[in-house]
Design a protein around this ligand. Structure first.
Ligand code: IPD
Ligand code: CA
Ligand code: CA
Ligand code: CA
Length: 268
Protein backbone atom coordinates (compact mmCIF):
# COMPACT_ATOMS: atom_id res chain seq x y z
CA UNK A 1 0.00 0.00 0.00
CA UNK A 2 2.95 2.37 0.45
CA UNK A 3 3.12 5.38 2.76
CA UNK A 4 0.17 7.43 3.89
CA UNK A 5 0.38 10.34 1.43
CA UNK A 6 0.74 7.94 -1.51
CA UNK A 7 -2.35 6.03 -0.39
CA UNK A 8 -4.32 9.26 0.02
CA UNK A 9 -3.28 10.61 -3.37
CA UNK A 10 -4.17 7.35 -5.06
CA UNK A 11 -7.46 7.29 -3.15
CA UNK A 12 -8.17 10.85 -4.32
CA UNK A 13 -7.81 9.77 -7.95
CA UNK A 14 -10.01 6.71 -7.49
CA UNK A 15 -12.67 8.61 -5.53
CA UNK A 16 -12.80 11.22 -8.29
CA UNK A 17 -13.31 8.50 -10.89
CA UNK A 18 -15.96 6.77 -8.80
CA UNK A 19 -17.89 9.99 -8.12
CA UNK A 20 -17.86 11.06 -11.75
CA UNK A 21 -18.95 7.60 -12.88
CA UNK A 22 -21.83 7.57 -10.39
CA UNK A 23 -22.84 11.06 -11.46
CA UNK A 24 -23.79 9.89 -14.94
CA UNK A 25 -26.83 7.79 -14.05
CA UNK A 26 -27.87 10.41 -11.49
CA UNK A 27 -27.94 13.10 -14.19
CA UNK A 28 -29.96 10.76 -16.42
CA UNK A 29 -32.48 9.85 -13.74
CA UNK A 30 -32.78 13.37 -12.31
CA UNK A 31 -36.22 14.82 -12.92
CA UNK A 32 -37.73 11.42 -13.71
CA UNK A 33 -38.14 9.82 -10.31
CA UNK A 34 -41.53 8.15 -10.07
CA UNK A 35 -41.15 5.93 -7.04
CA UNK A 36 -39.44 6.50 -3.72
CA UNK A 37 -39.08 4.11 -0.80
CA UNK A 38 -39.90 5.67 2.54
CA UNK A 39 -37.50 4.54 5.27
CA UNK A 40 -37.93 5.79 8.86
CA UNK A 41 -40.29 8.71 8.14
CA UNK A 42 -41.86 10.73 5.30
CA UNK A 43 -38.67 12.79 4.77
CA UNK A 44 -36.30 9.82 4.93
CA UNK A 45 -36.48 8.38 1.44
CA UNK A 46 -34.34 6.38 -0.96
CA UNK A 47 -34.66 5.85 -4.72
CA UNK A 48 -33.31 3.35 -7.21
CA UNK A 49 -30.79 6.04 -8.18
CA UNK A 50 -29.26 6.00 -4.66
CA UNK A 51 -28.70 2.24 -5.01
CA UNK A 52 -27.32 2.53 -8.52
CA UNK A 53 -24.82 5.22 -7.50
CA UNK A 54 -23.88 3.13 -4.47
CA UNK A 55 -23.16 0.06 -6.60
CA UNK A 56 -20.94 2.04 -8.97
CA UNK A 57 -18.93 3.72 -6.21
CA UNK A 58 -18.42 0.66 -4.04
CA UNK A 59 -17.44 -1.47 -7.04
CA UNK A 60 -14.75 1.02 -8.07
CA UNK A 61 -13.40 1.22 -4.49
CA UNK A 62 -13.55 -2.54 -4.01
CA UNK A 63 -11.63 -3.25 -7.23
CA UNK A 64 -8.84 -0.92 -6.24
CA UNK A 65 -8.72 -1.36 -2.46
CA UNK A 66 -10.13 -4.82 -1.58
CA UNK A 67 -8.64 -4.69 1.96
CA UNK A 68 -10.22 -1.36 2.94
CA UNK A 69 -13.43 -1.10 4.96
CA UNK A 70 -16.53 0.49 3.43
CA UNK A 71 -19.35 2.26 5.27
CA UNK A 72 -22.12 3.50 3.03
CA UNK A 73 -25.58 4.80 3.83
CA UNK A 74 -27.13 2.25 1.48
CA UNK A 75 -25.42 -1.05 2.29
CA UNK A 76 -24.23 -3.13 5.24
CA UNK A 77 -20.92 -2.08 6.70
CA UNK A 78 -17.73 -3.91 5.71
CA UNK A 79 -14.79 -3.77 8.12
CA UNK A 80 -11.26 -3.39 6.74
CA UNK A 81 -7.93 -4.77 7.88
CA UNK A 82 -5.43 -1.97 7.59
CA UNK A 83 -6.79 1.19 9.21
CA UNK A 84 -8.43 2.51 6.05
CA UNK A 85 -12.20 2.90 5.82
CA UNK A 86 -14.24 4.53 3.05
CA UNK A 87 -17.34 6.49 4.01
CA UNK A 88 -19.81 6.90 1.17
CA UNK A 89 -23.01 8.83 0.69
CA UNK A 90 -23.95 7.86 -2.86
CA UNK A 91 -26.60 10.56 -3.07
CA UNK A 92 -26.72 13.34 -0.50
CA UNK A 93 -29.90 15.34 -0.90
CA UNK A 94 -32.23 12.55 -2.03
CA UNK A 95 -35.22 14.76 -1.22
CA UNK A 96 -34.03 17.38 -3.70
CA UNK A 97 -33.12 14.72 -6.24
CA UNK A 98 -36.50 13.02 -6.04
CA UNK A 99 -38.29 16.34 -6.55
CA UNK A 100 -36.14 17.41 -9.49
CA UNK A 101 -34.10 20.01 -7.61
CA UNK A 102 -30.44 20.17 -8.78
CA UNK A 103 -28.94 20.68 -5.31
CA UNK A 104 -27.65 17.18 -4.56
CA UNK A 105 -24.20 15.60 -4.41
CA UNK A 106 -22.12 12.46 -4.08
CA UNK A 107 -19.79 12.26 -1.09
CA UNK A 108 -16.84 9.90 -0.78
CA UNK A 109 -14.27 10.03 2.03
CA UNK A 110 -11.38 7.91 3.21
CA UNK A 111 -10.64 7.60 6.93
CA UNK A 112 -7.14 6.84 8.12
CA UNK A 113 -7.29 5.20 11.54
CA UNK A 114 -10.72 6.73 12.09
CA UNK A 115 -9.85 10.26 10.97
CA UNK A 116 -11.28 11.68 7.73
CA UNK A 117 -8.17 12.25 5.60
CA UNK A 118 -9.37 12.48 1.97
CA UNK A 119 -12.69 13.73 0.67
CA UNK A 120 -14.43 14.14 -2.67
CA UNK A 121 -17.84 15.77 -3.14
CA UNK A 122 -19.16 15.79 -6.67
CA UNK A 123 -22.14 17.80 -7.94
CA UNK A 124 -23.52 16.03 -11.02
CA UNK A 125 -25.77 18.86 -12.24
CA UNK A 126 -22.99 21.47 -12.30
CA UNK A 127 -20.12 19.03 -12.89
CA UNK A 128 -18.24 20.64 -9.98
CA UNK A 129 -15.80 18.53 -8.05
CA UNK A 130 -14.78 19.60 -4.56
CA UNK A 131 -11.97 17.61 -2.98
CA UNK A 132 -9.23 17.66 -0.37
CA UNK A 133 -6.40 15.73 1.17
CA UNK A 134 -5.79 16.60 4.82
CA UNK A 135 -2.53 18.45 5.30
CA UNK A 136 -2.16 19.06 1.57
CA UNK A 137 -5.01 21.20 0.26
CA UNK A 138 -8.62 21.69 -0.82
CA UNK A 139 -9.73 22.28 -4.38
CA UNK A 140 -12.68 22.91 -6.67
CA UNK A 141 -12.03 21.39 -10.07
CA UNK A 142 -8.34 21.36 -9.18
CA UNK A 143 -8.10 25.03 -8.14
CA UNK A 144 -7.32 25.81 -4.49
CA UNK A 145 -10.25 27.00 -2.34
CA UNK A 146 -10.39 28.70 1.04
CA UNK A 147 -12.95 30.00 3.49
CA UNK A 148 -13.83 33.72 3.74
CA UNK A 149 -12.43 36.02 6.40
CA UNK A 150 -15.70 37.89 6.99
CA UNK A 151 -16.16 38.70 10.66
CA UNK A 152 -19.48 40.56 10.72
CA UNK A 153 -22.66 38.58 11.09
CA UNK A 154 -24.69 41.26 9.30
CA UNK A 155 -22.55 40.77 6.17
CA UNK A 156 -22.59 36.98 6.31
CA UNK A 157 -24.40 34.30 4.34
CA UNK A 158 -25.30 31.27 6.42
CA UNK A 159 -26.64 27.84 5.57
CA UNK A 160 -28.90 25.88 7.83
CA UNK A 161 -28.92 22.13 7.50
CA UNK A 162 -31.40 19.91 9.27
CA UNK A 163 -32.74 22.01 12.14
CA UNK A 164 -36.02 20.51 13.35
CA UNK A 165 -36.92 23.24 15.84
CA UNK A 166 -35.73 26.05 13.55
CA UNK A 167 -33.39 27.44 16.21
CA UNK A 168 -30.58 28.43 13.90
CA UNK A 169 -32.90 29.93 11.33
CA UNK A 170 -34.90 31.97 13.80
CA UNK A 171 -31.83 33.35 15.53
CA UNK A 172 -29.76 34.28 12.55
CA UNK A 173 -32.35 35.22 9.96
CA UNK A 174 -32.58 38.73 11.39
CA UNK A 175 -28.90 39.15 12.17
CA UNK A 176 -27.21 37.92 9.02
CA UNK A 177 -27.47 38.79 5.35
CA UNK A 178 -29.37 35.56 4.82
CA UNK A 179 -29.89 32.01 5.98
CA UNK A 180 -30.37 29.39 3.27
CA UNK A 181 -31.78 25.90 3.64
CA UNK A 182 -30.48 23.95 0.64
CA UNK A 183 -30.66 20.20 1.31
CA UNK A 184 -27.26 18.51 0.92
CA UNK A 185 -25.13 18.57 4.06
CA UNK A 186 -22.02 17.53 2.10
CA UNK A 187 -22.46 20.38 -0.33
CA UNK A 188 -23.15 22.90 2.45
CA UNK A 189 -19.67 22.15 3.81
CA UNK A 190 -18.19 22.66 0.32
CA UNK A 191 -19.91 26.04 0.02
CA UNK A 192 -18.34 26.98 3.34
CA UNK A 193 -14.97 25.70 2.10
CA UNK A 194 -15.10 27.68 -1.13
CA UNK A 195 -16.46 30.92 0.32
CA UNK A 196 -20.02 31.08 -1.01
CA UNK A 197 -21.21 30.61 2.57
CA UNK A 198 -19.59 31.85 5.78
CA UNK A 199 -21.05 29.22 8.11
CA UNK A 200 -23.23 26.14 8.15
CA UNK A 201 -25.18 24.34 10.86
CA UNK A 202 -26.49 20.75 11.07
CA UNK A 203 -28.44 19.71 14.12
CA UNK A 204 -28.02 15.99 13.45
CA UNK A 205 -25.67 14.32 11.01
CA UNK A 206 -24.77 10.80 10.07
CA UNK A 207 -21.08 10.12 9.38
CA UNK A 208 -21.62 9.72 5.62
CA UNK A 209 -23.38 13.11 5.37
CA UNK A 210 -20.26 14.95 6.49
CA UNK A 211 -17.11 12.80 6.17
CA UNK A 212 -16.12 14.14 2.73
CA UNK A 213 -17.20 17.73 3.33
CA UNK A 214 -15.43 17.76 6.69
CA UNK A 215 -12.04 17.05 5.10
CA UNK A 216 -12.69 19.67 2.42
CA UNK A 217 -13.89 22.37 4.83
CA UNK A 218 -11.07 21.79 7.31
CA UNK A 219 -8.41 21.80 4.59
CA UNK A 220 -9.86 25.08 3.29
CA UNK A 221 -9.47 26.67 6.72
CA UNK A 222 -12.88 26.16 8.35
CA UNK A 223 -13.47 25.88 12.09
CA UNK A 224 -15.69 22.91 12.92
CA UNK A 225 -17.12 22.35 16.38
CA UNK A 226 -20.13 20.87 18.09
CA UNK A 227 -22.96 23.15 19.28
CA UNK A 228 -21.02 24.05 22.43
CA UNK A 229 -17.83 25.05 20.68
CA UNK A 230 -15.97 21.86 21.54
CA UNK A 231 -13.83 20.49 18.69
CA UNK A 232 -15.96 18.33 16.44
CA UNK A 233 -15.14 14.65 16.88
CA UNK A 234 -15.93 12.49 13.87
CA UNK A 235 -17.54 9.25 14.98
CA UNK A 236 -18.17 6.37 12.63
CA UNK A 237 -20.80 4.79 14.86
CA UNK A 238 -23.59 4.82 12.32
CA UNK A 239 -26.39 5.09 14.85
CA UNK A 240 -24.86 8.17 16.43
CA UNK A 241 -25.97 11.58 15.21
CA UNK A 242 -24.01 14.68 16.05
CA UNK A 243 -24.49 18.44 15.74
CA UNK A 244 -21.98 20.36 13.66
CA UNK A 245 -21.23 24.06 13.48
CA UNK A 246 -18.83 24.98 10.68
CA UNK A 247 -17.64 28.51 10.03
CA UNK A 248 -14.86 30.50 8.43
CA UNK A 249 -13.35 30.99 11.94
CA UNK A 250 -13.80 34.74 12.60
CA UNK A 251 -17.59 34.28 12.87
CA UNK A 252 -17.45 31.33 15.22
CA UNK A 253 -17.66 33.22 18.56
CA UNK A 254 -20.71 35.24 17.48
CA UNK A 255 -22.45 32.12 16.19
CA UNK A 256 -21.76 30.16 19.36
CA UNK A 257 -22.97 32.97 21.54
CA UNK A 258 -26.37 32.97 19.87
CA UNK A 259 -26.57 29.21 19.54
CA UNK A 260 -25.74 28.94 23.22
CA UNK A 261 -28.70 31.07 24.21
CA UNK A 262 -31.09 29.65 21.65
CA UNK A 263 -30.55 25.93 21.78
CA UNK A 264 -32.48 23.69 24.10
CA UNK A 265 -30.20 22.27 26.79
CA UNK A 266 -28.90 18.96 25.50
CA UNK A 267 -26.56 18.25 28.40
CA UNK A 268 -29.00 15.94 30.20
C1 IPD B 1 -29.65 14.29 4.12
C2 IPD B 1 -29.11 15.59 3.61
C3 IPD B 1 -29.74 16.76 4.30
C4 IPD B 1 -29.54 16.67 5.80
C5 IPD B 1 -30.11 15.36 6.32
C6 IPD B 1 -29.46 14.19 5.60
P1 IPD B 1 -29.65 12.15 2.41
O1 IPD B 1 -28.99 13.20 3.50
O2 IPD B 1 -27.72 15.70 3.81
O3 IPD B 1 -29.18 17.97 3.88
O4 IPD B 1 -30.14 17.77 6.44
O5 IPD B 1 -29.86 15.27 7.70
O6 IPD B 1 -30.01 12.98 6.07
O7 IPD B 1 -30.60 11.28 3.17
O8 IPD B 1 -30.29 12.97 1.35
O9 IPD B 1 -28.46 11.40 1.98
CA1 CA C 1 -30.91 9.18 3.26
CA1 CA D 1 -26.80 12.22 3.36
CA1 CA E 1 -27.85 9.58 0.93
Amino acid sequence: DGDSSTVLEHAHTIATEAAEAAGEPLRELHGQVETVDVKSNKSDIVTEADHQANRIITTVIDNEFPDHGIVSEEQPRRNGKNGYTWVVDPLDGTGNFAHGNPNYSISIALLENGTPAMGVVYVPETDELFSAIAGIGAWRDGDPIETTDRDRLDESMLISGYDPDGTFLSHFYQESRGVRRLGSAALNLCYLASGSADATWEHDTYPWDIAGGLVIARAAGATITDERGEPFVFDLATDKRTALLGSNGPLHPALLEHLGTGLPDRSG
